[in-house]
Design a protein around this ligand. Structure first.
Ligand SMILES: NC(=O)c1ccc[n+]([C@@H]2O[C@H](COP(=O)([O-])OP(=O)(O)OC[C@H]3O[C@@H](n4cnc5c(N)ncnc54)[C@H](O)[C@@H]3O)[C@@H](O)[C@H]2O)c1
Length: 443
């Protein structure tokens, strides 16, 4: 981007999906950026211009900003503290065994940074955390930092979607600034001065509200998905069509069409664990109605996976033992190679537990899928996956799959049976090619 009005020195801690995208985009806004990670291999790759995951548009932007000399990588916290006075905390907050958010990486990063903070600075949390985390973290950092109360902390939660991460970072729907001082608000406004000047709203609030905006946004999106999936079940029961229903609902501006997408439900590294963490927080606060709402949303979502496995068993005559099943899609969503809590891989697991021989195709996620589910078979093409299959399952809605020629595919399978668990394939076309087609939410 050109026309930079203020160039700041920023650091980014943790270069996963969120952190690497943030570091690259902040450099693209014209800031000097130094990024750190405990994973030395990731740092070495990023410094060479390599993005260790698939995200459209990110790698060229990384290379461009390495060439400008504005973006640097390190493994030294001393260098990070020395380099900048705004430090973005972007480490993971995965789900702990008891369903709470595991804050060990946030705490470890804070503990590694704090002893090097000798002058006034601002730590900005971007990770998704339960409300109340930031205030405790501020005390923790101040207690460990030579600069003590000179260190301030803000929460600036991230709303990016994998597959659209660059655009979502540079042009989000809004910025949320959880702050305890005008100074912190001023610094954040300076960091994002260009998008703010372009009219993107910047909303200022206290730390707890900012943390909760992110958690409740994810809870709402998950609720919307589970709601339309509950309607999908209703459609099947009464002979209605959930795709037409969703389209008609979406025209109502109070409802809107985004995330009103029926199918196999949500997965990935964010929505499921954030729902579980929110439920755990609600439970500890005695908020029983919140607990029951989130439990229902989660149960509906999990139920979709079981339902597809049941449909698969019924489609091949009541037993999956020894049946060859081709699965289209392994990533938790299209345009990503992320397989964290992938609904597709969950269904694959359910099928193999019942004795099916599952062959999985995905345009981007096969290496990651093979790492977490080494026992599945992986195919480099759709026709290789479908060779000799008695059933084809469409589980991740990559655009490539909408371009499949069902006439050609019918020639390589043993039985032309398709289950479309994402409700986007042209069922009429597949039927005209001789396929027996089942679509979730359509009788
Ligand atoms: N992925 C998304 O789409 C997305 C969107 C919005 C918010 N978030 C939130 O952002 C946070 C990060 O998510 P992610 O998907 O980028 O996770 P990730 O697992 O891809 O990345 C986390 C990174 O932090 C690094 N790390 C761990 N401990 C560290 C330490 N002490 N110092 C430096 N680096 C350390 C890890 O090595 C890893 O590279 C989570 O809280 C997540 O909920 C993610």
């Amino acid at each position: 981007m050109s026309g930079v009005r203020s160039r700041m020195r920023l650091t980014v801690i943790g270069i996963g999906y969120l952190g690497l995208t943030h570091a690259v985009c902040m450099a693209d806004l014209g800031h000097e950026v130094l990024a750190i990670d405990v994973d030395h291999d990731k740092i070495a790759k990023a410094a060479q211009g390599e993005v260790p995951f698939f995200e459209p548009g990110l790698e060229p932007l990384l290379r461009k900003n390495l060439e400008t000399g504005r973006l640097h990588f390190t493994t030294s916290y001393a260098e990070v503290a020395e380099f900048g006075d705004v430090h973005f905390l972007c480490v993971g907050t995965p789900e702990a065994a008891d369903g709470t958010a595991d804050l060990q990486y946030v705490n470890a990063a804070a503990d590694a940074l704090a002893p090097h903070l000798a002058t006034r600075c601002l730590v900005v949390g971007k990770s998704t955390v339960p409300a109340g985390t930031a205030r405790g973290l501020l005390e923790r950092i101040r207690a460990g930092a030579p600069a003590g109360d000179q260190v301030d902390l803000a929460w600036n939660p991230e709303f990016l979607r994998e597959g659209h991460a660059v655009q979502d970072t540079l042009r989000p729907d809004r910025f949320v600034f959880g702050v305890t001082s005008d100074w912190a608000e001023g610094l954040l406004s300076e960091v994002y001065d260009q998008p703010l000047a372009a009219g993107i709203p910047g909303l200022v609030m206290n730390l707890e509200t900012a943390e909760l905006v992110k958690v409740s946004a994810n809870a709402f999106l998950a609720t919307k998905i589970s709601f339309i999936n509950a309607m999908a079940d209703t459609c099947e029961a009464v002979g209605a069509d959930v795709v037409q229903l969703a389209e008609a609902l979406a025209h109502d501006e109070r409802i809107g069409g985004r995330s009103l997408v029926p199918g196999l439900g949500f997965g990935g590294g964010c929505l499921p664990k954030d729902i579980h963490a929110f439920r755990a927080t609600a439970m500890s606060l005695g908020l029983t109605s919140v607990v029951s709402l989130l439990s229902d949303v989660d149960a509906i979502n999990q139920g979709r996976r079981a339902q597809v496995a049941d449909m698969a068993r019924a489609a091949v005559g009541g037993t999956l033992a020894g049946k060859r099943v081709a699965v289209l899609g392994a990533a938790f969503k299209p345009n990503s190679d992320d397989v964290r809590d992938s609904p597709s891989l969950d269904v694959c697991e359910r099928l193999t537990r019942q004795g099916a021989i599952v062959s999985v195709h995905d345009p981007m996620a096969l290496p990651n899928a093979a790492r977490v589910k080494p026992a599945l078979r992986y195919a480099q093409s759709v026709s290789e996956a479908a060779e000799g299959a008695e059933l084809v399952l469409h589980l991740t809605e990559w655009a490539d799959y909408r371009a499949i020629d069902p006439f050609a595919l019918a020639k390589v399978v043993t039985q032309p049976i398709l289950i479309d668990a994402r409700c986007v394939l042209d069922a009429g076309l597949w039927r005209s090619a001789g396929w027996s087609v089942r679509v979730l939410g359509r009788r």
